[in-house]
Design a protein around this ligand. Structure first.
Ligand code: ZN
Length: 268
């Protein structure tokens, strides 16, 4: 759902190589138009490039039925703040981690606070790409359902459960407001009050994937048996004693081992 929200470059490249996904054509045409602009193409070239991709990947393509949508995408890309969104990393500072570590709240609440901080900073970086003059010093998160869904999924907090006394995202936010860590403003907006007194000091680490932000906090504290795959660096939950690799890498490495064994057998 949020796979390409901060990496439209990969999204554009995927469309060019593999085709459109069935139900988001309008949005995907816009991303492509921005991508060609990002590559430095002039409007006329962008038009040619867009038609080329459509011809290649849309089985029923003809100019008459698609030119409206293509023109809309091209016009959208002409706007000043229509820029390709590519955020590679978001930094976290020691003072911020210290504050969260030392807060008197459950671990999974801390993951929510951490995720709020990263998403707020991500939002700023996106704004900076779109229109740097609109970036300010505020730490806000807000305010629609989609953003809350992203917060809930990316914070990797446990499933809400009455029996295990695990609260849902809206109750957690309510409690954090009572604790004075954040402030709920109108229309779903949250002000991250804690962030204002923390000056970015020493860099702690960079967050480079944005659909599993809570795991970075687990890794930082050593909680929940979160590790990084020794091959590709993606997060894994260690269940057995010897788990070193994520599923994909484990399969690839085993294949390689088998191949090697076969070669050795043949050479004996
Ligand atoms: Zn891996």
């Amino acid at each position: 759902m949020f796979e390409f929200k901060y990496d439209e470059k990969s999204q554009a490249e995927k469309i060019i190589n593999e085709g459109f996904s069935s139900n988001h054509l309008t949005g995907e045409l816009k991303v492509l138009a921005k991508y060609f602009k990002y590559l430095g193409q002039k409007p006329k070239e962008r038009e040619e490039s867009l038609y080329e991709v459509c011809k290649k990947h849309l089985a029923d393509f003809n100019k008459v039925s698609y030119f409206r949508r293509i023109n809309a995408a091209l016009n959208y890309a002409k706007k000043k703040d229509s820029e390709l969104i590519v955020v590679e990393s978001v930094s976290v500072y020691k003072s911020e981690l210290d504050y969260i570590d030392n807060s008197d709240i459950p671990h999974y609440y801390k993951k929510v606070v951490f995720t709020l901080l990263i998403l707020s900073r991500l939002g700023k970086q996106v704004q900076e790409i779109r229109d740097a003059s609109k970036v300010n010093g505020e730490f806000f998160f807000g305010g629609n359902q989609r953003n809350y869904q992203e917060l809930k999924l990316s914070s990797k907090t446990p499933q809400q459960s009455k029996r295990n006394k695990i609260k849902g995202i809206h109750d957690i936010i309510g409690d954090l407001d009572k604790e004075g860590i954040i402030e709920i403003r109108g229309r779903g907006y949250i002000r991250l009050s804690f962030a204002y007194s923390l000056l970015p000091d020493e860099l702690a680490f960079d967050v480079t994937t944005f659909d599993d932000i809570g795991y970075y906090y687990d890794l930082h504290t050593g909680e929940n048996k979160i590790k990084k795959c020794e091959e590709c660096g993606s997060f894994i939950k260690v269940s057995g004693k010897h788990k070193k690799y994520c599923g994909d890498c484990a399969v690839a490495i085993n294949k390689e081992k088998t191949k090697k064994r076969m070669r050795e057998k043949r050479n004996v």
